[in-house]
Design a protein around this ligand. Structure first.
Ligand code: PRP
Length: 198
């Protein structure tokens, strides 16, 4: 194993529950460095207050904050839905609120994925109500085919197809978050009643 930076000598073994790797680890890291450059240029001068949305955004947030060449601070928020029936209303439940006030601050909301857009739309309104000076949104993945509520995204890592993606923070039943790459989950893993054929 060669540990020199940027040299990958052992190919990543794909998790057996995946049908393919959509975004290899080196591709993700390269894109995060680009996003960091872009954000640093756009928001230069202002300290940037990163607000990560738990739990999925954690790996992305950790890498992104180290790719930004400007002073940053960060805080975390955790939200949940009120149940399937309330989902379409876009009202989310705050499970863990921010620690610090965002009043007058330049906030960068950091998400792992935007699906329907309901979570981010709610969070953006919430932060606006708390009088942030500026709110920008950065998402690792965008799944536009699933959008219910349109929302402007300032920074997008990758646009992905409407498939079940896991890894790099994204889970299925709390699994696969630790994978350093993003893959497409085999349908038999999440399809109830499926019998694996020999
Ligand atoms: C995911 C993701 C976003 C939200 C996106 O969170 O992290 O917060 O769903 O979906 P939407 O655009 O349809 O609202 P999830 O509830 O799975 O929690 P997690 O981050 O802890 O996995």
């Amino acid at each position: 194993r060669d540990h020199r930076v940027g040299i990958e000598t052992s190919p990543v073994e794909m998790h057996p529950d995946l049908e393919s790797v959509l975004l290899p680890a080196d591709v993700i890291q390269h894109r995060i460095r680009q996003l960091g450059e872009e954000i640093s240029e756009d928001l230069s001068g202002d300290p940037i207050h990163l607000v990560g949305v738990l739990r999925g955004a954690l790996p992305f947030l950790a890498d992104l904050m180290r790719a930004i060449r400007a002073p940053v601070t960060m805080d975390l928020i955790s939200v949940g839905s009120y149940g399937a029936g309330a989902r379409s209303t876009g009202v989310v439940r705050i499970v863990k609120d921010l620690e610090d006030s965002i009043e007058g601050r330049t906030v960068l909301l950091v998400e792992d994925i935007v699906d329907t857009g309901l979570t981010l739309a709610y969070l953006r309104d919430l932060l606006a109500d708390r009088h942030a000076a500026e709110i920008r949104i950065c998402t690792f993945l965008d799944k536009p085919d699933a959008r219910v509520r349109p929302i402007h995204l300032d920074y997008v890592g990758f646009t992905v197809p409407n498939r079940f993606v896991v890894g790099f923070g994204l889970d299925y039943a709390q699994r696969y978050r630790e994978l350093p790459y993003v893959g497409i989950l085999r349908p038999e893993i999440y399809t109830a009643g499926h019998r694996a054929e020999a």
